[in-house]
Structures are given as C-alpha cells and as structure tokens.
Design a protein around this ligand. Structure first.
Ligand SMILES: C[S@@+](CC[C@H](N)C(=O)[O-])C[C@H]1O[C@@H](n2cnc3c(N)ncnc32)[C@H](O)[C@@H]1O
Length: 190
C-alpha cells in the first residue's frame, strides 16, 4: 500500500507551492465567510484564547485567525504570526495595520520558532500540521516555547493521526469536531 502522505509531500510539493501563489486570493474569502466563524465558535466553546495571553498562530496564512486572536488578547496580550510564505505575512501585516492592531508580530520560518522557552500561552495550528515535513521536530519546539500550563490547539483533517504525532509531548484535554486541545506533558531529559 503506497504512503499517500509521503507521495504528496515528495512528488507534489512543487505543485503545492505553486498553488499557494493563488491561494492567498481565495482562502480569506473561504475563511471569513464560511469556515472561520465555525472554528471561532469552537474556540469559544473550548475557552481557547483569553485576554492578556501570548498566542502563536503557527502557519497563520493570511491571518484569518491572527486578527481575531489579537482582538481577544487585547493590548496587554501578544500574537506571533508564523508562516513560511512571505506573501501571507505581508497580508497579515497589511490587515493588522488596517485593523489598528499593534500586538501582532510576524515570523518567517518553515520550522522552528526562535521564541524564548516557556513564553507562549496558546499555540494555534489550523490546517497546517499535515503540510509540515518535520512534524515531530516542530512539535518538540512548540513544547519548548509553551508555558507549563500552556495549550496547543490543532485543527486538522488528519484527525486521529494528530494524536500519534503529539504522543509523549502533549496530552489531549478537549476536542470539538476537528479541533484538538492539548496540554503539555512533562518530558524527562534524554
Ligand atoms: C491551509 S493554510 C492555513 C492557514 C491558516 N492557518 C488558516 O487556517 O487560515 C496552511 C499555511 O501553512 C503554511 N505552512 C505550510 N508549511 C509550513 C511550515 N513548514 N512552516 C510554516 N508554515 C507552513 C502555508 O504557507 C500556509 O499559509
């Protein structure tokens, strides 16, 4: 049985990247009009983001969750918007200025975050985990940057496979549809 996931990653990666050149135009519409409001109601049901918190939106795309998160955390809070696409981050910068938000910082990366240890309250990953090659290394870095009582929230079509990637690093503490909410597990040094 072929590994479909590996095939997509290795053979269709170029196509994937070309697709993102156009993606930035239609995706915000899909998020703002259709799927975004549904996911934000899942945030509210799971009490995901609170005032004053530090949130990392990993694979933020055009910022369709970065902007709501920045409003929720307020002026005392901070949102880091990380993506490997400079065009996406340009849109996040433009939209945050338009919305008058000064608590968003963009990070260009396709892997680790470079944020300090235990500095983030909530890591949000929406429809991005399946696209990352070095999933375990990225999840280990997210474990490092999360505060001891921090939350990792993953929304992904991989569904139950999310549990195998996070095993040993994060423990499931809530679930709403495709949204998995995790707390940090204590990891003993190797
Ligand atoms: C399907 S979009 C989701 C965007 C946003 N999270 C949302 O739900 O609206 C996936 C995003 O993840 C980014 N991405 C893919 N692989 C990445 C990686 N290894 N590191 C950082 N960002 C990545 C892509 O550039 C794209 O913007």
């Amino acid at each position: 049985m072929p590994d479909v996931e590996l095939f997509i990653q290795e053979k269709l990666n170029l196509l994937h990247r070309a697709h993102y050149a156009f993606w930035v135009y239609w995706w915000p519409l899909w998020r703002r009009v259709y799927s975004g409001p549904h996911i934000l109601s899942q945030w509210r049901r799971l009490s995901l983001v609170k005032q004053g918190q530090c949130v990392l939106d990993y694979g933020c795309g055009t910022g369709d969750f970065t902007i709501p998160a920045a409003r929720m955390v307020g002026e005392q809070g901070q949102v880091y918007a990380l993506d490997c696409g400079p065009r996406q981050l340009g849109i996040v910068d433009r939209e945050s200025k338009k919305a008058g938000l000064s608590n968003i910082e963009t990070i260009l990366s396709n892997g680790k975050t470079t944020l300090p240890d235990e500095s983030v309250d909530v890591v949000w990953m929406c429809d991005v985990l399946h696209e990352i090659r070095e999933r375990r290394a990225v999840l280990e870095d997210l474990h490092r940057v999360l505060r001891p009582n921090g939350i990792l929230a993953i929304h992904d079509g991989m569904r139950d496979r999310v549990l195998s990637y996070t095993r040993g690093l994060f423990a499931l503490s809530g679930k709403d549809g495709k949204l998995y909410k995790f707390v940090k597990e204590a990891v003993s040094p190797a």
